[in-house]
Design a protein around this ligand. Sequence first.
Ligand SMILES: [Zn+2]
Length: 101
Amino acid sequence: MASEVMTRDHPDWNKFVELLKTELTKDEPRYKDMPSMWPTFCDGKWTGALTVLMRHFPKVSVPKTIRYFRATGGFCDCEVLTNCAMTPDERWQAFNEGTRA
Ligand SMILES: [Zn+2]
């Protein structure tokens, strides 16, 4: 039964984020930790997030998690990685440095 929700409070959140970064930049791995490049690889949907959730987290409910993403500003893979996974200060720092995720 997929009853868990993948939120920032989920014990595997950091693992999920790492897997999503890897999935999103699988064709250009050198951009994995470069947030300003993530939109380049994003198809405007949750293709990467759904792939990672279904492949690695069978206990996580996809519909509930999509609801969480929407509620926290993550309307696509690259927004999940920025808006959901980082605070505004972390985002500013990441985009400023261009390397840190
Ligand atoms: Zn996106």
